[in-house]
Design a protein around this ligand. Structure first.
Ligand SMILES: Nc1ncnc2c1ncn2[C@@H]1O[C@H](COP(=O)(O)OP(=O)(O)OP(=O)(O)O)[C@@H](O)[C@H]1O
Ligand SMILES: [Mg+2]
Length: 277
């Protein structure tokens, strides 16, 4: 990182100034209000206020360690699974603060699904069981219903045609790109409302990446999609809105074309033109 401290101080903006691409976003599906997160005493997210729209893809970009993964893990209460991790502020899903008293974290994780950087199918399970696992856990026993849900999820994940004749092979026997789509199918099976994806293509080749990107674009018709990506071209290709984080702060948030073509903040400009990262 070549950034000097003086520049850092000048450019770091109070997050109150950058709540959303426009404050009038009609119906944000998820919004954070002054969200802070810590690991022990390490304060890694600072007052993030961000509206994420329904039926849109929001990309989170920023240099390594700036808090992107932490941010999305706060959106489905996975952050608290880390010992000594804590949060303050609000994460509002529809009209409910998911951190308010009496809200069950497991039910939030069902509504807000997550796909990770490395494809992580359950290693001992077949393709079918990987997709059905969450439904079975939720108590679905009817085989016809399970079959239908597995097919629907694999279709949505653009994998059905490739695995329809090998549903009972191990999930691990698939290629990396197929495994990632299997993990997406697994996340979709329980019918979430929001899908979080943490660098879902970083382990994939360009063809598999293109498939996942096409899939994301289809998914936004039905879901709210939030992705973390290191790949600026990917954000520019798929995201409707892009948020730039730096050292745990939200520096700029806007419509993707505006942020990439006409960034308002000099730090954003320096980052997207590859001057640091
Ligand atoms: N499980 C953890 N325990 C302690 N500190 C953590 C943990 N996970 C992340 N951190 C710290 O929190 C900060 C933000 O990390 P985070 O993983 O959210 O960054 P990131 O933007 O996703 O980075 P990358 O692009 O490398 O994935 C870093 O300083 C990191 O060291
Ligand atoms: Mg990360």
């Amino acid at each position: 990182m070549t950034l000097d401290l003086e520049m850092e101080e000048k450019q770091t903006v109070s997050s109150e100034q950058v709540t959303g691409p426009d404050r009038k976003m009609e119906r944000p599906k998820v919004r954070t209000e002054a969200l802070n997160a810590w690991y022990g005493t390490n304060h890694v997210l600072k007052n993030l206020s961000l509206d994420m729209s329904e039926h849109a893809i929001t990309a989170i970009i920023g240099p390594s360690g700036c808090g992107k993964s932490t941010f999305i893990r706060c959106l489905n209460r996975m952050h608290e699974l880390v010992p000594h991790a804590k949060t303050s502020g609000k994460v509002i899903l529809d009209n409910t603060d998911i951190y308010s008293r009496g809200i069950d974290a497991v039910s939030i994780r069902r509504k807000v699904g997550m796909v990770f950087q490395k494809p992580n199918p359950f290693p001992t399970m077949s393709v079918y069981d990987n997709v059905a696992a969450g439904l079975k856990l939720n108590g679905m026993k009817n085989l016809e219903k399970l079959d239908r849900a597995v097919k629907r999820s694999l279709e949505q994940a653009a994998l059905w045609d490739e695995v329809r004749n090998s549903l009972f092979k191990s999930g691990m026997s698939l290629s990396g790109g197929q495994q990632q789509r299997l993990c997406i199918a697994r996340a979709l099976a329980v019918e979430p409302e929001v899908i979080l994806m943490d660098e879902p293509c970083s382990a994939l080749d360009p063809i598999a990446t293109a498939k996942i990107e096409g899939l994301m674009t289809n998914l936004k018709e039905q879901y709210t999609v939030v992705i973390v990506t290191h790949n600026m071209q990917q954000a520019a290709r798929v995201a409707d809105y892009t948020a730039f984080l730096y050292l745990g702060e939200l520096i700029e948030y806007g419509e993707t074309t505006q942020l990439f073509e006409n960034p308002k903040n000099e730090l954003t400009e320096r980052y997207i033109t590859g001057k640091f990262g």
